[in-house]
Design a protein around this ligand. Structure first.
Ligand code: HEM
Length: 439
């Protein structure tokens, strides 16, 4: 069985559905800056990382600098641009994406400050602004998904992600209220459900859906055979539902079944993605896909770690260890791999003017910085998780410094692409367009 659209053909006519480049790029640039600030916040509170078990303070702030500032920013920028390209549908209006940006940036900054200072009003104000921005983004994406008649598997994954987004924002706001009024019967269970819905629901489902479009598109392959992806599509939400039910009802057996369903779903998904890489016409996908593959391995490790943590097998530092594995090991690795691929890709798509040949993707930015970033990221992850596992804070501090250096290098790459983009357009504007007889 094959999927309904060959993503290789998606690029035909994609130029017509490009947003003004500054719109997605501001999200990507913000993500690169927050990436650096994540490591700075970890560096400043390195002594509290290994023992973190929840509650407001610098570590919860750092978690949201990463999840909202880096992950959600990347997703918002990428989904607003790639969904119209993939579905062939234009946004009805750009104001929801603009509004989401103008609410999300200050909202997240206020939220991080409030969490850091454990200040009730600042935390609430920021959380509500950030939550509102996420919901506006969700509605504009839902409008495109509702009108889409093709790409059924990715679209269904995206719907599951949006349902999770709604639930995670509601639970996040309830948790904030509970810090003050303490009305929730089981705060910890709601916090864990928020985590599961945010990480595996909102992020995981959207990434599985979009990978079904992006990986074939970059590898120039057909879509992965539909049968396994359909099974993955059923298993993933089943696992998600059982995990939340198991946590809320405190039934470990349910969580174990959820982890198995999640693992099977993820293995089928990864098998489909590897099939695309194997059969695709473009064999050399560069460093970005080495990083993406590392992200896939860490996704499997994350699910196993989640199962072990549910059975208290990760030791005293279990919550922090599990958090570092899913957030830094899986999501950060995967999203930075994808980001370093889509930023030059989208820049190049916005550079094909008739008067000047656009540069090659590899010429757009300084790729040597990406290699150094990948090494720094890997080292930082090993040092931070090692430090947490051994309950030693020094490796965490060293990891944060190395991660911060990597983040500067990564941001420099994004800036270098933006500079090539601007230089190209300055050149194009300086050269008059050829007349009809010349062309
Ligand atoms: C506006 C949106 C959000 C709000 C208001 C919010 C709020 C909160 C609150 C209040 C907690 C504290 C739970 C506790 O330890 O007592 C929390 C924990 C957490 N949140 Fe969020 N959050 C939001 C979005 C997200 C997103 C998008 C992600 C990930 C993609 C995320 C990931 C996490 C994680 C990993 C934790 C740690 C959970 C734990 O301690 O077990 N959050 N969030």
């Amino acid at each position: 069985m094959v999927q309904d659209v060959n993503p290789g053909t998606i690029l035909m006519g994609a130029q017509l559905r490009l947003l003004p480049p500054s719109l997605p790029f501001r999200f990507f640039l913000a993500a690169a800056v927050f990436h650096f600030f994540f490591w700075v916040t970890i560096g400043f509170s390195y002594e509290d990382v290994a023992g973190f078990t929840g509650g407001p303070g610098p570590i919860l702030s750092a978690i949201h600098v990463l999840t909202l500032g880096v992950f959600a920013m990347t997703i918002m920028g990428a989904a607003s641009q790639l969904t119209p390209v993939a579905t062939g549908l234009a946004h009805r209006s750009l104001w929801p994406t603009q509004a989401a940006w103008w609410l999300f940036l200050p909202g997240t900054l206020i939220f991080f400050t409030g969490l850091n200072l454990s200040d009730r009003w600042i935390m609430h104000g920021g959380g509500m602004l950030a939550g509102l921005a996420l919901l506006i983004f969700g509605f504009s994406l839902a409008d495109l998904l509702r009108r889409s008649k093709k790409l059924k598997i990715p679209v269904r994954f995206a719907w599951l992600s949006l349902v999770s987004l709604l639930a995670l924002v509601i639970l996040g706001l309830l948790l904030l209220e509970d810090f003050v009024h303490g009305f929730l019967p089981d705060h910890q269970a709601i916090a864990t459900s928020h985590l599961i819905l945010a990480v595996f629901g909102f992020m995981g489902m959207l990434l599985m859906g979009f990978s079904n479009i992006l990986v074939p598109m970059f590898a120039l392959s057909k879509s992965p055979p539909a049968c396994n992806q359909q099974i993955a599509l059923w298993l993933a939400p089943t696992g998600l539902f059982l995990a939340v039910a198991g946590v809320m009802a405190n039934v470990e057996e349910l969580i174990a079944v959820a982890v198995l369903a999640g693992l099977l779903s993820v293995l089928l998904h990864i098998q489909g993605m590897l099939w695309c890489l194997k059969t695709g016409m473009r064999k050399n996908l560069g460093l970005s896909f080495v990083v993406v593959k590392a992200g896939w391995i860490m996704l499997v490790v994350s699910l196993i770690a989640g199962g072990l943590q549910a059975f208290d097998r990760l030791g005293e530092q279990g919550p922090a260890l599990f958090g570092a594995i899913i957030l830094i090991g899986w999501l950060m690795t995967f999203l930075l791999g994808i980001l370093q691929r889509i930023v030059p890709f989208l820049a190049a798509m916005n550079m094909s003017k008739k008067t000047k040949k656009p540069p090659r993707l590899s010429e757009l930015g300084d790729e040597t910085t990406l290699k150094s970033h990948a090494i720094c990221h890997g080292l930082a992850f090993v040092l931070v998780t090692g430090g947490i596992a051994m309950d030693q804070s020094l490796p965490i501090l060293i990891g944060a410094v190395i991660g911060g250096i990597g983040a500067v290098l990564f941001a420099w790459y994004i800036v270098s692409v933006a500079r090539s983009f601007m230089a190209y357009h300055q050149d194009v504007d300086a050269v008059p367009a050829p007349t009809e007889s010349e062309s």
